[in-house]
Design a protein around this ligand. Sequence first.
Ligand code: 5GP
Ligand code: MN
Length: 340
Amino acid sequence: MQVMEKIIRHLRNSEHVLIASHVNPDGDAIGSLIAMGLSLEALNKKVTFYNESKIPTVYRFLPSVERIVQHTGETDTYDTAVVLDCGDVKRIGNLETETLNASPGYPTVINIDHHTTNTGFGNLQLIDTSACATTEIIYRLIGKMGVPMTSDIATSIYTGILTDTGSFRFSNTNKAAFEICNEMLARGVDPYNVAKHVYGRYSMGRLKLLNMALDSLEISYNGKLSMMTVTWDMLEETGTQNEDVDGFINYARRIEDVKIAVLIQECRNGNKSCPPFRAKEIADVPGKFHVSLRSDGAVDVAEIAADFGGGGHRTAAGFNIESTISELKSGIFTLADSIA
Ligand code: 5GP
Ligand code: MN
């Protein structure tokens, strides 16, 4: 039996399904979570929509987004957990140890994803690295389940594909992206409304933060690696949050001759005893960072991220690290030397 049929059969036999996606969710993580959850509800399943992080403002227009909880209730009530858009089960955050590893009665884990570095975790895996987004896989699954495509589900799928393909500009943009989005429009999606929410407005603080982030740009000697740094201090000064940094790395990526773009982001909820600092002033205070990597396709940044314990796709990947900013930066700059 094909894995998709096995998954559908398992879901049909489930009573209470927990749906989770990765921390600091993007449009695909939230879109696939909502689309999958609403579809299972259409099959009369009890569903818990879960994400450990606060949902970024730009995605709060999505239908049923208010259903997503940051904390789960009883640990032993789910018979199935569907983990979406996560290359590694740890990407769902604390839930991994609190619920999925809880014994007795821990749920069957279904892993649905499109990352090349997916570890193959869980009991059933539906991994398609050629899919432009996890929402592309969810679209196919929903079709096979025979669930009617409502405008709410369509809006979630459309938003996932739109954002994960960078509005049909990134290398993962495929034929299916256009075909599915075209169909979603026929199902009632209003593309202008989605674009308005996702890309339409910047707070003044966010623009100031962008200004600081652009000012932080550094280029390797050979011009092939660009690095942007966003510190906790910058967020405090501009009254912004981590979600406001989303998309900034694309400026670093677009610089002529750059093959790898890097964005170092200090984690606001990281080491609380770590004082705020300015990247250029105090470079040797230890802290927790999220590092985003982008490539023009020549270099596989998922491999680099995996070396640091993270993962992702060939052209977009990331990892978390505890380090001083100076050590982190010099370690990353050495990567530039091996770029052809
Ligand atoms: P971002 O730059 O948004 O952090 O991540 C880019 C891509 O890499 C996304 O597809 C994201 O899911 C993946 N990614 C980011 N951080 C990690 C990580 O720590 N572990 C894994 N496995 N994937 C990551
Ligand atoms: Mn994705």
